[in-house]
Design a protein around this ligand. Structure first.
Ligand SMILES: O=C(O)c1cc(=O)[nH]c(=O)n1[C@@H]1O[C@H](COP(=O)(O)O)[C@@H](O)[C@H]1O
Length: 241
């Protein structure tokens, strides 16, 4: 957390767009954005070639598949993801300890088999779109922060490298879990940006001050009249936080 990294190493573009548009957008904002996040829509449509296309642009890849299945199935999928040479891979913490251990094992073995560095496996705790009421309605006791922290402890105990959480929970995660877990925060909204479906969103400066290592940003860049200027402003906020 104390490591001094250029702001672009702390920002991921959520490329939730048609592939050609996502590639064009990443190329434009790449001076300020080091990671491209390939998520469900791109991977369902294009599969591994979507990963390769962003890699050709020099992006580090955040493969956001939010794996959640029985341990054997997740281990197999994580091994395929590791073999693609991605930097980050998501799984759902709620899959439980055995599934999380299987994900870490699969990702490492898959990467090793192809001579890649092992990806960081990140466990998604409580989705940033969920409000306190929705968290209660799905049966998780306590506040979103309490629920997220319980899942985070479970995931760290199972050996994951990092966690995905709301910026609102990042400070508590740092306090309770120390400096080691890599904390990734989606739900980033610069002041005045539309929240959309994000219920627990905060600004880039808030996320960084709370101890986030990597900020995931999608629509605030996609929909900006000038995406490069929007990415630059986010990077400046991250640098000065
Ligand atoms: O795992 C994620 O990246 C993720 C977890 C989470 O709790 N909330 C969340 O929004 N995300 C992802 O982060 C991105 C946020 O995009 P915007 O809301 O457009 O900035 C999307 O690609 C989501 O899939």
């Amino acid at each position: 957390m104390t490591e001094v990294l250029p702001a672009r190493e702390r920002i991921a573009l959520a490329a939730d767009l048609p592939l050609d548009e996502g590639l064009r957008l990443y190329e434009r904002v790449a001076p300020h954005v080091g990671y491209a996040k390939v998520g469900l829509s791109l991977f369902v449509e294009h599969g591994p070639p979507a990963v390769a296309a962003f890699q050709r642009l020099g992006a580090r890849i955040f493969l956001d598949l939010k794996l959640h299945d029985i341990p054997n199935t997740v281990e197999l999928a994580a091994a395929r993801a590791g073999a693609l040479g991605v930097s980050l891979l998501t799984v759902h913490a709620a899959g439980g300890e055995s599934m999380l251990r299987a994900a870490v094992k699969g990702a490492r073995e898959g990467a090793l088999a192809k001579g890649h560095a092992a990806p960081r496996v990140l466990a998604v705790t409580v989705l940033t779109s969920l409000s306190a009421e929705e968290v209660a309605a799905v049966g998780l006791p306590g506040t979103p922060e309490e629920a997220a922290l319980r899942l985070a402890r479970l995931a760290v105990g199972a050996g994951v490298d990092g966690l995905v959480c709301s910026p609102r929970e990042a400070a508590a995660f740092r306090r309770e879990l120390g400096p080691t877990p890599f904390l990734c925060t989606p739900g980033i909204r610069p002041a005045g940006a539309a929240a959309g479906d994000q219920s627990r969103a905060e600004t880039p400066a808030f996320a960084r001050r709370a101890g986030a290592d990597l900020l995931v940003v999608g629509r605030p860049i996609h929909t900006a009249p000038e995406p490069l200027a929007a990415a630059r402003a986010i990077a400046e906020e991250v640098s000065s936080a």
